[in-house]
Design a binder for this molecule. Sequence first.
Ligand SMILES: Cc1cc2nc3c(=O)[nH]c(=O)nc-3n(C[C@H](O)[C@H](O)[C@H](O)COP(=O)(O)OP(=O)(O)OC[C@H]3O[C@@H](n4cnc5c(N)ncnc54)[C@H](O)[C@@H]3O)c2cc1C
Length: 599
Amino acid sequence: MTYRAPVDDILLSLNHGAGLLAAVKAGHLGDYDIDMTAAVIEEAGKFATDVLDPLNQPGDRAGVKLTDKGVVTAPGWPDAYKQWTEAGWNAVSGPEEYGGQGLPLAIHSAVNEIWSASNVAFDLCPLLTQSAIDALHAHGSDELKTIYLAKLISGEWPGTMQLTEPQAGTDVGALRTRAEKQADGSYRLFGTKIFITYGDHDMSDNIVHFILARLPGSPPGSKGITLFLAPKFMVNADGSLGARNDIYASGIEHKLGIHASPTCTMTMGDKGGTIAYVVGKENGGMSAMFTMMNQARLGVGLQGVGVADRAYQRALAYAQDRKQGKAQFNKEDRSKSDSSDPIIAYPDVKRNLMLMRGMTAAARTICYATAVAIDVSNRAADPKVRAKAATRGALLTPMAKAFSTDIGNEVAAIGVQVHGGMGFMEETGAAQYVRDARILTIYEGTNGIQANDLLMRKLQMSGGEAVWDLLGELSAIVSKVEASNDPAFGTTGAKLRDAVASVERTSKWLLEKIATAPREALAGATPYLRLFSVTLGGCSLANEALAARNDESVQGDAGRYATLARFFAENVTVQSGALERSVIDSADALNAADAVLVA
Ligand SMILES: Cc1cc2nc3c(=O)[nH]c(=O)nc-3n(C[C@H](O)[C@H](O)[C@H](O)COP(=O)(O)OP(=O)(O)OC[C@H]3O[C@@H](n4cnc5c(N)ncnc54)[C@H](O)[C@@H]3O)c2cc1C
């Protein structure tokens, strides 16, 4: 079953749910021509269908190999990567002065979803390269930018991001990789990194590694880490490639999923030390790391959306095809029918498919809205507009990452269920999405860390101002739904209103607790992120349904979006009351948990 990019849904979500159209009309995105959005998305869809999707299952089966010459990727991978860079896909959002196309992050995000849907293991390489581009552009010296930025943007030399060590996972500040300054101003690195995505491969002539390390005498913890750039092959003055640098993949992991993406142990310093250059300032690694991680978090959220959409497409096709029993529920009708029905005729299967589609659509809009906010924060002329958008982007980022990857797992699992026993067999492809999605809640900051971030940093920004501001917008959407008096919305308005009130009450309670009893507040971090996300997602879908009616570019029956919004509000957003209780009531039981959690 071939992947097809859901162009209509993507455009509706981008333009209306995420507010791209309004931002362009207000002049916040400079000279971006909104008319090109559809063309870019359609072209990306074709590339994904023709090149990336056909490699997804074979790549999963073939995996990668570590040889004497380094890591060898699955058959077809290097060629697909070449086609990818030649078609200019790596350069979509890169700065124009270094050869990028300068398109908004919102467009980059939409195509990122498409790459992830068709082949999430492939998407990881450009995703990490993008982090490297962001860090170098924001923090690098002119000299480093001149040598490396255009190559990273074109994708000719992809990037890696190397933080993790055996003792330093979530706590990056515990890293021990050592850096030593040389007389010529360069540095040598010594140490071992683990779990490094695309740490080595055969898809390009060179790789640009971004590595966090510690200089002698640096302050302990995260204040004493520095970001370094180290190429796999040194670059000569004329731009040609020189000697091999002392950084090697010494092992590759055997994993649950994303088999075609190499996850490497990287060894530095066995042959005299890795030659490296500081990006930014000595001991300034933390701020460079946040530049790298913030957009990567959004990128991983989009991987969740992509995998979910692909799982949905496959489950829908299977449910339309697979016949079992008779779906007529009264005896008389059953006896008249002598053929069996496709399983999509059964209400429970329909429910599963609607859940898959609804959760995917809600997460998509949360991710795109995050991207639009970041775009406005970077591009709007008015500093006040920029500052407000930056706050919105910061508030939405943990939800974009955690909610989208949580639902990526849930949707992929429902996809297997829809397939019945065949879903458990690798040949249908449904199982691969479950395996591939599993990592998404873990890397780029686990979802538990995202929930803590939402609570301890984002909710608290300006005393909750960003939250009240967003809730005001959501209330306005609810009022529009109620005013529409459209029976297609059913009880959507009431469900959304209750949910917005739940978020408001819970946020106020949490703000108080953070100040007086932070441990109690933190006990509710994960249900709070879910509560906020299902409310935001529900309101966004309703907003899109309202807009679809007046958008001539929407193909077919625009009313289907109201049905989807209603289903989501009445089945998912309706959980807000329980989530509110979970946040507010659960702290005592968690405080007493030590008595239970004994071996
Ligand atoms: C396939 C794969 C690819 C990866 N790619 C890269 C890469 O390219 N570059 C790179 O640098 N790293 C990479 N990683 C590493 C990844 O980012 C880490 O695995 C992740 O940050 C979690 O660290 P950890 O595995 O040490 O888990 P731990 O930090 O040990 O966490 C274990 C559990 O404890 C929880 N926990 C830990 N600390 C806290 C806390 N303070 N508050 C609440 N809960 C907490 C976590 O949420 C988690 O559930 C990759 C990992 C994998 C598996």
